[in-house]
Structure formats: C-alpha cells, structure tokens
Design a protein around this ligand. Sequence first.
Ligand SMILES: CC(C)(COP(=O)(O)OP(=O)(O)OC[C@H]1O[C@@H](n2cnc3c(N)ncnc32)[C@H](O)[C@@H]1OP(=O)(O)O)[C@@H](O)C(=O)NCCC(=O)NCCS
Length: 184
Amino acid sequence: MVDLSDKPTIIGEKVISRPFQSSDLPYIEEYLNDPEVIKLTGSTPDIDKEIMNQWYSTRNEQKNRLDLAIVDKHINIVVGEVVVNEYEEQHQSMNFRILIGPRGRNRGLGTEATQLFIDYVFQHTNLKQLTLSVFDFNPRAKRVYEKTGFVLESIDQNELEWEGEWIDSLNMVLKRIDWVEGQV
Ligand SMILES: CC(C)(COP(=O)(O)OP(=O)(O)OC[C@H]1O[C@@H](n2cnc3c(N)ncnc32)[C@H](O)[C@@H]1OP(=O)(O)O)[C@@H](O)C(=O)NCCC(=O)NCCS
C-alpha cells in the first residue's frame, strides 16, 4: 500500500511543484501540444479538451499516485508536470515521469523539480525504488535522470517507430539505498 493522498507544495529555488488548479489548463494544453513533448514522451497530438480537463481536475483526489504541476517561479506559470504512478507491490516500486514544455526547458528546472520530487516521495513513503523509461533519442532527459541517481537497468529494444527508425526504450531505476537527498 502507498498513501499519496496528501498533495504537497514543494518549493525550490527555481520551481514550485504544487497541486493542479483549474487556471493551469491553458498552459497544460500548450505544453501537451508541444511537438518535442509529443515526440519525447511518445504521446499523441490533438488531445480531446474535455478528457484533458477531466483528467487534470481529478488529479488531487488520487490516493495512490502523486501528480504535481511544475511552476517556473520566475514567470509564475505552469510549465510542466511531475508524476509518480503505477504502484507495484512486489518491489514496492513506483514509476516516475516528468515533462516540461518549451517555456521551461534547459534552465535547470527539470533537474531541480526531479530532485525535490524524488526527495519528497522517498521521505513520505516506504517505497524501495522508483523506476522510469526514457527513449534512447532523449539524451537531455537521460542526463537529468543520471544526475539525480537513476541507473540503467534494462533496455526494451525497438519500442517506438519514429520517422522510419526504431528507437529503444531505456529502463532506469533509483533504489532507496542509493538515493542521495538534495544531491543536485
Ligand atoms: C527532460 C526534461 C524534464 C529536462 O528538464 P530541463 O529543465 O529541460 O533540463 P535541465 O536544464 O534541468 O538539465 C538538462 C541537462 O541535460 C543536459 N543536456 C541538454 N541537452 C543535452 C543533449 N543533447 N545531450 C546531453 N545532455 C544534454 C544539460 O546540459 C543539462 O545538464 P547539466 O546541468 O549537467 O549541464 C525536459 O527537457 C522535458 O520535459 N523535455 C520534453 C519531454 C521529455 O523529454 N520528458 C521526459 C521523457 S522520459
């Protein structure tokens, strides 16, 4: 069992990660439709607005996962999101994911948001590990995950076809015993 019903506000130097609000929706729609986000997360374009609204308006009720909006403190706008989901009892493990739209990328926000979020999750649960998957054509994300302690565990070959090429998916893990709080 994992209880993530508390939805915290996590304050860093560059970012605040906090529960979603209805006023975030236009900014969420913007980053979900960003071509780079679509490519690097393997998601689909032209998201149905009603489904999207329904999804984000119910994130704060979820007890077995944590979804937070990432706010760029400088502009006070939501630029992305950070999530743990898919609790797996056997390994006391959850899946981590993050995405940041064009307004927020390449300024250290993703690194800070990742570190503070994993610190929070390990401090407030008994989870033994966090896992994630990243496409092999995403060196920036790989760099952020390595900096925050994730290590390669396995590779799923040819997971995504992108412009005629097959892309591998890398499975990474951060075990509690290897987690270093606030290391970046
Ligand atoms: C991945 C993501 C969360 C990273 O957040 P970010 O705020 O852009 O990243 P940061 O600025 O904190 O850090 C990026 C790091 O990668 C490095 N980097 C950037 N481009 C790189 C590249 N092409 N190759 C290798 N390293 C790269 C940067 O130098 C920096 O490392 P450093 O601090 O050691 O110099 C964000 O870019 C994003 O969400 N992108 C789109 C969607 C996505 O890829 N999501 C993840 C799916 S698994």
